[in-house]
Design a protein around this ligand. Structure first.
Ligand code: DGL
Length: 250
């Protein structure tokens, strides 16, 4: 049964990383309002311990709870990997996370998952790889790549991104951090193989959980930004909205 077509969904990422997932959800759910919570000045989350992540995320989720959202999307692989069980136990609204797209990537050969140190270390990602990695999937941490992308998003340089990429050969690469999606073309070119991210799958899961399959005319959506560097998040999101290509990369 279809429900509340004017739902409110809260998004959360450490910084700009979750904006491309937000963009996709705004696109497929044109009658839903969104609020994007970020913590840009504390990027990288991927270098925090489990305890530090729980404390930080709990503070932000208690703000999200006050808005009584229909759902929250953790648009951050690191927080999903380290905190999603804790968050689901504590908060009563629907919480959707993003995970590395290992299953489709590993189906066709050897697979390299690029992730933050915290995601690469997590039990949940080890389990994911065991279950879907076909025994030919390797997870490699890229310390500081997320921070580099966060700080240089308006002028991403090929050599800059490449300096953080591990030398490896694989039949496919999985972007296990939402920040890396902004450097997808550079990463694809570097490894010269298909590159997967979890955007479409996560957006589809949100729509399914909300039970909204209404295709009537869109109304003016409310999209708000809370926390961190609000002006920057708005600016990057506007670029995503206005450019089919996303950000230009040199
Ligand atoms: N964008 C986040 C992720 O998907 C976190 C990046 C960071 O702050 O380290 O893992």
């Amino acid at each position: 049964m279809e429900r509340n077509n004017n739902a409110t969904v809260c998004f959360f990422d450490s910084g700009i990383g979750g904006l491309s997932l937000l963009y996709e959800c705004v696109r497929i759910l044109p009658r839903v309002d969104f609020k994007y919570f970020a913590d840009n000045f504390r990027v990288p989350y991927g270098n925090l311990t489990h305890g530090e992540l729980i404390n930080t995320v709990d503070r932000i989720f208690s703000e999200i709870e006050k808005l009584n959202p229909d759902a929250a999307v953790v648009a951050c692989n690191t927080v999903t990997a380290q905190c999603i069980d804790y968050l689901r136990n504590k908060y009563k609204f629907e919480i959707i996370g993003i995970q590395p797209a290992v299953k489709p990537a590993a189906a066709s050969g050897s697979c390299l998952v690029l992730a933050t140190p915290s995601t690469a270390d997590s039990t949940s990602v080890h389990r994911l790889v065991e279950e879907y990695g076909e025994k030919r999937t390797q997870v490699v941490a890229c310390p500081d790549l997320a921070a580099y992308i966060e700080q240089n998003i308006e002028n991403l340089q090929r050599e800059g991104v490449e300096s953080f990429l591990p030398a490896a050969k694989a039949d496919s690469v999985v972007l296990g951090c939402t920040h890396y999606i902004f450097a997808k073309d550079i990463i694809q070119n570097y490894y010269n193989c298909p590159v997967f991210d979890g955007i479409a799958g996560t957006a589809a899961r949100l729509r399914e959980k909300l039970g909204i399959f209404d295709h009537s005319a869109p109304r003016a959506q409310k999209i708000g930004f809370v926390g961190g560097d609000i002006a920057k998040n708005k600016r990057i999101f506007r670029l995503l909205l206005t450019s089919k290509e996303g950000l230009s990369q040199t």
